[in-house]
Design a protein. Structure first.
Length: 462
């Protein structure tokens, strides 16, 4: 009997106009490349990678509309026209009156951490992000994780695993006092938890809690469009709202946001800080001159600000964001059919393999996620990223490794770049590594840099 159609495709609302050839390599070649890279996928040459799922950061394909805008770059040192175009769209789509451009997200994190944090302060947030926490610590603060427990359970299918546990937050406030908490650092969705969203209800609760205690509420809005999509899909009352309406409503609850434009905004470089707080704005506008460049370019070329301005107009298109997240869902569901352990629900920017369950014979100190990432690379040339003990770094007081509950490998989908067939190749490679998993041995770290070690650490095979 013929198969019955069960669902409609998530197919892309765009087509390919320019192509970029990629190199096909042999397994022997890749084993040599992996060794030379110290078994760290960050240290591989891009040339030696077939399908690059390391990150969705700055790896997006721009549209013809964005490329056309690049030709309209006004490269004046001061007061570029593109700065004003970008500002207009930040006001229109995010709803903040003030904004400062930066060359990427962590530069905006640097500014906001320096402006708001005093040594000895505590910054509660929904799971750490590597660069965010690093800047909070460099400013003298201590990050405290107040995410709900479900976030640390890869098989728990809670629809909003990025939510803050208000009891954990309240406990911290009672312990250290609200005066020692300059702001709550929310991320929506939560990258390290598997791209898990925060509900609007949780944001509203947080806002009223923060107001009551005189604490500011800031959002890492790097992938806020993906969060808005999940709210539309999963939260009652939002089914009929547009992505743009939900995004603006989310932002309306915060004092300000910082953004790595290299994600949602469909560009290759850029970031910004936006706020309704005039004092913070004035500080940031002054400080950006020291670290990035004049406040009307913040380390960016005029053409890049134009690409960002136009990317903002494209990012909230429903058919686009549905196809983006649809592609990730397609990938995750295929893995689940073969019982490959992944984080559920499937996230907004990536599929995360659960390395603890994939390689249960490895101890966490044998770097299971790091091992799994490099094994998949050697198998097929697909590059992914460790998000486990290496990324978690060391405790800033004791110097011991942090042992995170989640030991994951992230297969991140750049926006508008890869096809369904590329996803199939990736899926087949993961299944083939899974079939041979028992033979896989772990790694030992042989070089460790001081900051954000996952980027540059080197390993050897055990
Ligand atoms: N916040 C989040 C949630 C991020 O995912 C990133 C970067 C940043 C801030 C920092 O922005 O890279 O522009 O300086 N995430 C990349 C990733 C690196 O691969 O997840 P940046």
């Amino acid at each position: 009997m013929a198969k019955k159609l069960t669902c409609k495709s998530w197919a892309e609302p765009f087509k390919v106009k320019v192509v970029e050839p990629i190199k096909m390599t042999t397994k022997t070649y890749r084993e040599k490349a992996a060794k030379e890279a110290g078994y760290n996928t960050f240290l591989l040459k891009s040339e030696d990678v077939y399908i690059d799922l390391l990150t969705d950061s700055g790896t997006n394909a721009m549209s013809d509309y964005q490329w056309a805008g690049m030709m309209l770059g006004d490269e004046a040192y001061a007061g570029s026209r593109n700065f004003y175009n970008l500002w207009d769209n930040i006001k229109k789509y995010y709803g903040f009156p003030y904004f400062v451009p930066t060359h990427q997200g962590r530069a905006a994190e640097h500014l906001i951490s320096k402006i708001l944090i005093k040594p000895g302060d505590y910054i509660p947030g929904n799971m750490y992000f590597t660069t965010t926490r690093q800047h909070q610590e460099l400013a003298g603060g201590t990050f405290v994780d107040v995410i709900i427990d479900e976030a640390n359970e890869p098989q728990n299918t809670h629809p909003f695993k990025g939510n803050v546990d208000l009891n954990k937050l309240d406990k911290l406030v009672k312990e250290v006092g609200a005066k020692k908490i300059p702001y709550i650092s929310l991320a929506a969705p939560v990258n390290m938890a598997g791209g898990q969203p925060v509900s609007m209800a949780n944001i509203i609760e947080l806002e009223s809690y923060a107001k009551k205690h005189g604490i500011k509420l800031w959002l890492d809005a790097t992938r806020a469009v993906e969060n808005a999509y999940f709210i539309k899909q999963r939260e009652k009352g939002y089914e009929d709202k547009t992505i743009a309406q939900i995004l603006k409503e989310m932002c309306s609850h915060f004092d300000g946001i910082w953004v790595s434009a290299k994600k949602d905004l469909l560009v290759n470089i850029g970031g910004f800080l936006a706020t309704r707080n005039k004092h913070v704005y004035e500080e940031a506008r002054n400080m950006v001159v020291v670290y990035e460049g004049l406040h009307t370019y913040g380390g960016l070329a005029g053409r890049d600000m134009e690409a960002m301005a136009r990317g903002i107009e494209e990012m909230t298109n429903y058919d686009y964001i549905r196809s983006r997240i649809g592609q990730i869902e397609y990938f995750g569901k295929k893995l689940m059919e073969y019982n490959i352990p992944i984080v559920q629900p499937i996230g907004g920017h990536a599929v995360f393999l659960d390395a603890k369950r994939f390689l249960p014979h490895l101890k966490q100190i044998e770097f299971p996620a790091q091992t799994l990432a490099i094994e998949v690379y050697m198998d097929s040339g697909v590059r992914a990223m460790e998000r486990g003990i290496v990324s978690a770094g060391r405790n800033k007081v004791t110097g011991e490794h942090n042992y995170p509950k989640l030991e994951l490998v992230r297969f991140t989908l750049p926006r508008r770049v890869y096809t369904q067939a590329h996803i199939d190749v990736t899926f087949e490679s993961i299944v083939s590594v899974y079939e041979n998993r028992k033979k896989i041995k772990g790694l030992k770290m042989v070089y460790e840099p001081k900051y954000l070690r996952f980027f540059q650490a080197r390993f050897d095979r055990l």
